[in-house]
Design a binder for this molecule. Structure first.
Ligand SMILES: NC(=O)C1=CN([C@@H]2O[C@H](COP(=O)(O)OP(=O)(O)OC[C@H]3O[C@@H](n4cnc5c(N)ncnc54)[C@H](O)[C@@H]3O)[C@@H](O)[C@H]2O)C=CC1
Ligand SMILES: N[C@@H](CC=O)C(=O)O
Ligand code: NA
Length: 432
């Protein structure tokens, strides 16, 4: 059978990994694809010391790749919204299939890209864009195709999980662990995308679109980062039997879709709570299958390349099939425009930590504020001041309540003369 020829744009962490995996495992890959996959050309701005490109043609102009008549599949591994978008749309325009790991591009410009691909009868595949090497796009779109998805929740940023794990286990400093994640190639070009939850929000947007059959709505995803998580909260979470994870959560409710990324306390008994380091984990609950869990490396050269190459293999396997036979993003005419709930309308449990003057009646005032708003307390710890300079602390876990009621309660607690500073709030998910 005729080989499939690939052009790789970007030879950094993921591009380099993809080149090496395609080369090293060429025989196994050809057996699975039913034909040989040949790297025809590479475009890069910087050479990669971990890659020997041998006799493969290398250019610094991506246009040479996406207009190359020899190339069947263009693999976009540059990142960002500008050159990457030119590459993807240029490839589609030239009748080529596309594989990309670029979640930012898909989450923000996916609708335009998928429409262009559909018009041209080509595929756009992006397994590497969500949870790196874990085949979670395939699991949700194909493996769980029979189900009405009720909810999904995931640790979907490797850099963030690496930082939280190292802070908790080794007491390391946030900035120091972030620098290591960057050196290991896990972080985005702009690492605020990782620590402020933007990257996770891109991924949650994509996964939720497939899970619920809704448009890509990145701008409606509530996003909160991990940069304000303190070692104190990590310690109290442990004491209460929880772990703090940077979680993407989406849920189908009668009022709309709940779509959010934020630091989250999860009971240690839930398997996702102990998924550490650069690993990602995604739980998906479907009405027929119940709970399912997918775990694996969420970032890094070869784990991500594993997903990129799997997409190339899928394209190669179906290469002679008609375009409609390939599994693309969603059938456009079947997309439902269900509303995404504003954060004030979501329901969840909460962890609250407040610093108070160490005097009689403080606890009672806080309890009254909560009970007047129908908020039930599930657990409570009171910590005496550690020294004369520090304050007493009250740590609370509540039952589920609507966020706007909790906002109102926090405002009232902060207005008490006994409360010092602002209240720390972390949402709690039991994942059931
Ligand atoms: N690093 C990771 O673990 C993961 C990254 N991704 C995504 O994969 C994509 C690539 O990320 P990395 O490999 O980490 O980035 P990187 O910064 O390591 O590599 C980018 C590559 O693009 C090349 N490049 C930049 N501008 C260019 C231009 N104008 N023309 C030709 N080449 C150009 C650079 O020379 C470099 O080879 C991004 O979309 C990222 O979000 C997805 C999953 C995991
Ligand atoms: N920066 C991302 C890379 C993979 O998507 C992460 O850390 O998860
Ligand atoms: Na994936």
């Amino acid at each position: 059978m005729k080989p499939v020829k690939v052009g790789i744009c970007g030879l950094g962490t993921v591009g380099g990994g993809t080149f090496n995996v395609l080369t090293r495992n060429a025989k196994d890959i050809a057996r699975r694809a039913g034909r040989e996959i040949i790297i025809e050309q590479v475009a890069t701005r910087h050479p990669n010391p971990n890659v020997d490109t041998g006799t493969v043609a290398v250019t610094d102009d991506v246009k040479n790749v996406y207009t190359n008549p020899e190339i069947d599949v263009v693999v976009e591994l540059i990142g960002g919204y500008t050159i990457a978008k030119d590459v993807v749309l240029g490839a589609i325009e030239n009748g080529k299939h596309v594989v990309t790991a670029n979640k930012a591009l898909i989450a923000v410009h996916g609708d335009e890209i998928f429409a262009a691909a559909e018009a041209k009868g080509v595929s756009v595949m992006y397994e590497a864009a969500v949870a790196g090497g874990i085949p979670v796009i395939k699991a949700v779109r194909e493996g769980l195709a029979a189900n009405r998805i009720n909810w999904l929740a995931g640790i979907i940023n490797g850099t963030g999980n690496f930082i939280l794990t190292e802070m908790r286990d080794k007491g390391r400093d946030f900035a120091d662990v972030l620098a290591e994640a960057q050196a290991l190639g896990y972080a985005e070009a702009d690492p605020t995308f990782d620590v402020e939850g933007i990257d996770a929000a891109h991924k949650l947007t994509i996964l939720s679109s497939i899970a619920y059959g809704i448009p890509l709505q990145f701008e409606r995803c509530y996003t909160e980062g991990i940069s304000k998580v303190t070692p104190e909260d990590v310690e109290y979470a442990d004491e209460l039997g929880y772990r703090i994870k940077h979680l993407g959560v989406s849920r189908r409710t009668e009022r709309g879709i709940d779509l959010r990324v934020h630091p989250t306390m999860i009971p240690v008994g839930r398997p996702i709570a102990t998924v550490d380091g650069v690993l990602n984990a995604v739980m998906v609950n479907g009405d027929a299958v119940g709970d399912t869990l997918y775990v694996g490396a969420g970032a890094g050269a070869e784990p991500t390349a594993s997903a990129v190459v799997a997409d190339i293999v899928d394209i190669a396997r179906g290469y002679d099939a008609p375009a409609h036979a390939s599994v693309n993003h969603l059938a456009f005419d079947k997309i439902e425009d269900v509303q995404v709930l504003p954060i004030e309308e979501i329901e969840t449990a909460y962890y609250l930590r407040l610093q108070v003057e160490d005097k009689a009646g403080v606890l009672a005032s806080v309890a009254t504020i909560l009970s007047e708003r129908g908020i039930n307390i599930e657990a409570l710890i009171q910590k005496e001041p550690k020294s004369e300079e520090t304050k007493a602390q009250i740590i609370l876990l509540t039952h589920k309540v609507m966020e706007k009621q909790m906002n109102d309660a926090i405002t009232a607690i902060e207005a008490l003369s006994s409360t010092v500073g602002s209240v720390t709030r972390i949402r709690v998910e039991h994942l059931n």
